[in-house]
Design a protein. Sequence first.
Length: 581
Amino acid sequence: MTVFDVLTLIGGLCLFLFGMSVMGDALERRAGSGLSAIIGRLTTNKWAGFLTGLGVTAIIQSSSATTVMVVGFVNSGLMTLRQSIGVIMGANIGTTVTAWILSLGGIESSNFVVQLFKPMSFTPVLVLIGTAFFMFGKTNKKKDTGTILLGFGVLMFGMDIMSGAVEGLKDVPQFRELFILFKNPILGVLAGAILTAIIQSSSASVGILQALTVTGQISYGAALPIIMGQNIGTCITAILSSFGTNRNAKRVALAHLSFNVIGTVVLMIVLYIVKGMFAPPILDAEATHFGIAVAHSLFNVVCTAILLPLSGLLEKLVCRLVPDTKGKTEKTELDERLLSTPAVALDACRKQAVIMANCAVSSLADSIYVLFDYKEAVAEEIRINEEKTDHLEDVIGNYLVKLSAYQKNEDESSEAARLLRIIGDFERISDHAVNILESAEELQEKGIRFTEEGRKELSVLSDAVREIADHALSAFEKNHLETALNIQPLEEIIDALKEKLRANHIARLQKGVCGIEAGFVWSDLLTNFERTADHAANIAGCIIETSHHSLKMHEGIYMLKSESDAFKEKFAYYSEKYRLQ
């Protein structure tokens, strides 16, 4: 093997790793919205998590990427530790798909039909199609599709170059002795783990092992420990990604490592026993592309079959190794690891935005309660919720700004802009809740009381405001157009009620049955109630806008008002429901 063969080997390896990275990233972007939908269906059922991990990894061709995403999901509160363990086990099997694709490179036959299945036969066609998509595609989806095909082509060309470069090693005695050395299982595991930890991809290291089989010097006895070690080495990516995360996210990375280490130890013991008692000839047989793919799949399937039923015990183990810290609570934050998959990052934002919206609407309901029956404990809860709402708005807003730097499709860009507007409106609802609380405290401190008639009128208006806020929360949480359509007629009723209450209060002032100080508080309350309703209407406008794919927020509402009898029916219903006696 000459120095030029070494340089060719290095070049082929670089092309192989580059192609795998490019293909994986493009697959991840292309499948982004699909990944979000799959994750949304996750349950605490370990089998559902297992199938999810298997499916997602088969799509994006990287168990490391899947595990890193899972660490991010757990860190952001999208997934529980129990769910993540099943996903990790599924990911270990899903990643074997790459080895099966690469095993096609080992096809040897002069038959024309069989030759068509060799990657180097159809790869040039895929590269041609990929180039056309990438250069002439008008949408990001088409460009990503082109990138996937180009990445696959580069990967396969790199594999072919590596195989050609190392073929001369079959005549090098030192190379033969090296792999005889790896028949020692401990050394084989270490070699596989170190190589995979360096390149951070078990699929890539398995591909390299498959390329080396052309030398004819690699037996199954040497290959099996290396494959086991590769599964341990791939854990390094998840471990690195867990730095700076919460305890549960660290437990996910540890569960990934524990799963592979336990599986390796168990199967190493089995291998030693089988080798010592039966000495099967296959262990000394020459490994092939296909045989490596089979061994890789078999190892991961057996490990999963052993440990998936024991996932509860694995969860307890990692919880014991990474214990809870007494007296400390951790805030769930949005994980920046998810930004590379915008659809998933947006899903995380939306879940946090729903938490924020619930805090804001809960604060409003509590502030209306203390307006009529002041309680110090409830007042404190309102302020706590308002601080939480402010914090979540900052976290979500900053995260969405960071997300703007990543490549998104048109729907994802629209969703990000919509979320920014909606969290702003819910934050303002929370602020108005605090303003209402301050009015309640002023009434309490100064001993001011509204007239009985005024209290009844205020009760009618506050009930309407509470309902419109509940509608806004429900419409956002469930993305429900029908609920959003109820908001605009109710908002107009609230506007009319506000004017009626203002006029009635002026009349009471003129009669001398109400004081000036009460009038100031009354005016503040009416303003806060009206503005709360306006923000609820803004939220409804965003949801209707999404439904109608309109660029103008209130265009959909205007069309419904002018052309639909539904608006008039709802307006009449709310007029009767909130009619002043």
